[in-house]
Design a protein around this ligand. Structure first.
Ligand code: AMP
Ligand code: MG
Length: 486
């Protein structure tokens, strides 16, 4: 594994250079051999000790120029001018054969100048959660940072009580966040903002370089990717939980899987995160939160946009306002696909909304409703109605759905097959994630984690051995709250 380091070529104000703090007894929990191969890392998957040494930070790969990135961020609406990697180290970057460049970062690798009161470490539970959920998002086809490895450190970290320490190796298109731009903008450092913008354009949005106004094109491109991303979240019932500007990657990947959760029964106002008391990041508020973050991003770019300050504001505002229609179009496209509709017809939005409304009123499980709907396209008795506390509410909706399906050109079988490719059978259900974590942390039993991980790798397939993972929680199993666990 040989790394390059383009971020380390940026000015010294962008980061603090330091190596990970070694740990006493690193042991490999999981290694993502498929991802390692895709990245061309040339690592020997059989040599667990060598992998544990690298992914604990005890041994640095060739070419590594380790650093902690500086960033700021709005946390629940309040601006914090300095956050930064308080427990993460960017080891460097890999250039894939495809020409794509990706970051390799250790999370939980020790204190940095950005740690404030934190210990710089990560606990095993949150590491396993990020591993499972980020990989599940990828398998679902949703842009997300990836998990390359998880190791335990052999050290305890103190959270509510002592818990095993661990380190996650995260792979990302990059780790530049809206908050990275805010860090320089808040300091009035226009030159640094420009350097960062140029780096981001080169890395993620090369077409913007040739636009009449590259920084405006950057803003428009980031806005477009976020609109697509958040629509995808809603389509699978994902609730990020902590959409602060420091947790929004400008690449358009889902990043930071702290208190995230998935809907069980459909409820647009669902909130799981223990720290989200006002419901700012509730399921259905996520598009608004993303647009708010993009407005903060736009503010950082104003000095780089041509014309008078008023003209810059007007143009940037225009770019951010494209979020809402972009999101609405992606949302509707995805909902059409979920309902088996290929053609775009008048009334489709209302049809989708009517189903969600009935699901909400009658507590239907989000994932199961859409999965069983795939079978209902060919078989009237597919068991969807039983998911509603009043099955008649589904029947009434299904009558209009079938009328609409009759206008489709595809055969019912073809339509059902297409629906199965967009309505997952398996998502990382909150209670399954918690069970996997509890077994690993409490009994050093990693079998539930490994099994769940295997189940989630092919979310659109019905496989008998994983059938139970499609089930909603029983009343006593329901997870009501999630915690950052930092
Ligand atoms: P997060 O909640 O993970 O988005 O982190 C918000 C900020 O807190 C970032 O600057 C993190 O680096 C920092 N942070 C979170 N946990 C720790 C920790 N255990 N030690 C030091 N810094 C931390
Ligand atoms: Mg974060």
């Amino acid at each position: 594994m040989t790394l390059s380091a383009s971020y380390a070529r940026l000015p010294e104000s962008f980061y603090a250079r330091l190596a990970p703090t070694p740990v006493t007894d690193p042991r490999l929990v999981e290694f993502n051999g498929e991802l390692a191969a895709e990245l061309g890392l040339g690592l020997d998957a059989a040599d667990a000790d060598a992998l544990a040494a690298i992914f604990s930070g005890n041994v640095l790969p060739a070419g590594a120029e380790p650093l902690a990135m500086a960033y700021a961020g709005h946390q629940f609406g309040h601006f914090v001018p300095q956050l930064g990697d308080g427990r993460a180290i960017l080891l460097g970057e890999v250039l894939q054969a495809s020409g794509l460049q990706r970051d390799i970062q250790l999370k939980g690798s020790g204190r940095t100048p950005f740690s404030r009161d934190g210990d710089g470490r990560a606990a095993l539970g949150p590491v396993l959660r990020e591993y499972l959920v980020s990989e599940a998002m990828h398998a679902l086809g949703i842009p997300a940072t990836r998990a390359l490895a998880a190791v335990t450190t052999g050290e305890q970290v103190r959270r509510d009580g002592p818990v095993p320490g661990a380190i996650l190796t995260r792979v990302a298109a990059s780790h530049v966040r809206v908050g990275t731009f805010q860090y320089f903008a808040a300091r009035g450092d226009v030159e640094a903002t420009r350097r960062l913008a140029d780096w981001v354009i080169a890395r993620h949005y090369p077409a913007a370089r040739d636009a009449a106004q590259p920084y405006l094109a950057l803003l428009a491109a980031v806005t477009a990717r976020q609109a697509a991303l958040v629509a995808r979240w809603l389509h699978v019932g994902f609730i990020h939980g902590v959409m602060n500007t420091d947790n929004m990657a400008v690449s358009g990947e889902t990043i930071d899987f702290g208190p995230c959760a998935f809907l069980d029964a459909y409820d647009p106002q669902a909130v799981f995160s223990s720290i989200d008391r006002s419901g700012r990041y509730a399921y259905a508020n996520q598009p608004l939160a993303a647009e708010w973050n993009l407005a903060r991003f736009a503010e950082t770019l104003l000095p780089l946009i041509a014309g008078t300050p008023e003209q810059a504001v007007e143009q940037a505002t225009g770019a951010v306002l494209a979020f809402a229609p972009g999101f609405a179009a992606h949302w509707l496209d995805g909902m059409r696909a979920k309902l088996g509709l290929e053609d775009a017809l008048e009334g489709d939005r209302e049809l989708a909304e009517a189903l969600l409304d009935a699901m909400h009123r009658h507590q239907a499980d989000f994932t199961l409703t859409f999965r069983r709907l795939c079978a209902a396209a060919t078989d009237a008795g597919a068991g969807v109605r039983a998911l509603f506390t009043d099955p008649g509410a589904y029947d009434a909706w299904a009558t209009s759905w079938r009328l609409r399906l009759a206008r489709e050109r595809r055969t019912p079988a073809a339509l059902a097959l297409a629906m199965r490719q967009v309505n997952p059978a398996l998502i990382p259900r909150n209670h399954r994630v918690e069970q996997a974590i509890a077994a690993a942390v409490g009994q050093q039993d990693f079998t539930p984690f490994a099994t769940l991980h295997r189940a989630l790798a092919r979310p659109y397939d019905d496989r008998d051995e994983f059938a139970a993972y499609a089930d909603p929680p029983r009343p006593g199993e329901r997870v009501l709250r999630t915690f950052c666990g930092t």
